[in-house]
Ligand binder design. Sequence first.
Ligand SMILES: CCCCCCCC(=O)SCCNC(=O)CCNC(=O)[C@H](O)C(C)(C)COP(=O)(O)OP(=O)(O)OC[C@H]1O[C@@H](n2cnc3c(N)ncnc32)[C@H](O)[C@@H]1OP(=O)(O)O
Length: 208
Amino acid sequence: MVTFWGGKRKTLVTAQLHYLFMSSTWILPDDLAVPDFPADHPGPGAPVPQHWSKCFGCGDDQPTGLGMEFTTGEGLEVIGRFEVAKRYQGGPGFIHGGILMTAFDEAQGMACNAALRSAVVTAHLGIDFARPIPLGAVLELRSRVEGTVRRKVYTRSEARIVDGPLADPDVVVGSSYGLFIVVGHEHFEKGKDFVDGMPTGDQDISAV
Ligand SMILES: CCCCCCCC(=O)SCCNC(=O)CCNC(=O)[C@H](O)C(C)(C)COP(=O)(O)OP(=O)(O)OC[C@H]1O[C@@H](n2cnc3c(N)ncnc32)[C@H](O)[C@@H]1OP(=O)(O)O
C-alpha cells in the first residue's frame, strides 16, 4: 500500500504507520498455562536474591554491571530497580538502548525464576522504546510470567522512571515481551571451562 502511493505522500504514510506501530503486538499462544502460585511465596516486598554474583544484570561482584536489585511484587510480579549510570550513555544525555534491553532481559529472567524456580535462558526478546531515559534516572521494571507452554515461558515487563530526572511513575518509558526456555544444568555444563568467578551461594543457579 505504501509503495503504491509513492513520492512525498509515501513518506507521510510511512511516518503515520511508524506512529501506529510504536507499541508492538505480542500474541500469546492459545494453550498458555498459568503457573501455580508458589506455596512458599514470601508475599509482596520481599527481596529476590541475585541468581549469580558475577551476572552483568544483578551480580554484586560485577563492578561494571547494572547492579539491579529485585523485590517481589503483587502476585507473580517481580520489581527490579537500577540507576542509569553515566557509563550507560548512548545518545548525549540518554541511556543506550542496549542497556535498557539488558535490564529487561534480566528482569524477565528473574520473573521466570521467581515463578517457576527453574533456570531459564532467553530465546527471544522484544522492546518498545517509548520515551528517552536520561542519565541519573532511577528505573523500575515490573515483570511477570504470563504463562508457559511446555518449556517455553512467556513474559512481559514495563519500565518507569521513579526517581531522578524526568521521574513520573505514571509514564511507561519502555516495555518488553520475552520468550524464555527452561533449561537443566547441562546447559551451563557447556560453559564450565569459561566461568569467571565462583558460586557464592545456593542461589547461583547459573554457575556450575
Ligand atoms: C534468573 C535468570 C536471569 C537471567 C537473565 C539473563 C538471561 C540471558 O541473557 S540467557 C543468555 C542468552 N540466551 C542464550 O544464550 C540462549 C541460547 N540459545 C540456546 O541455548 C537454545 O537455543 C535454547 C536453550 C534457547 C533452546 O534450545 P533447546 O533446549 O534445544 O530447545 P528447542 O527444542 O530448540 O526449543 C524449545 C521450544 O522453544 C522454541 N524456541 C526456541 N528458540 C526460539 C526462538 N528464538 N523463538 C521462538 N521459539 C523458540 C522451539 O520452537 C520449541 O518450541 P516447542 O516446544 O513448541 O516445540
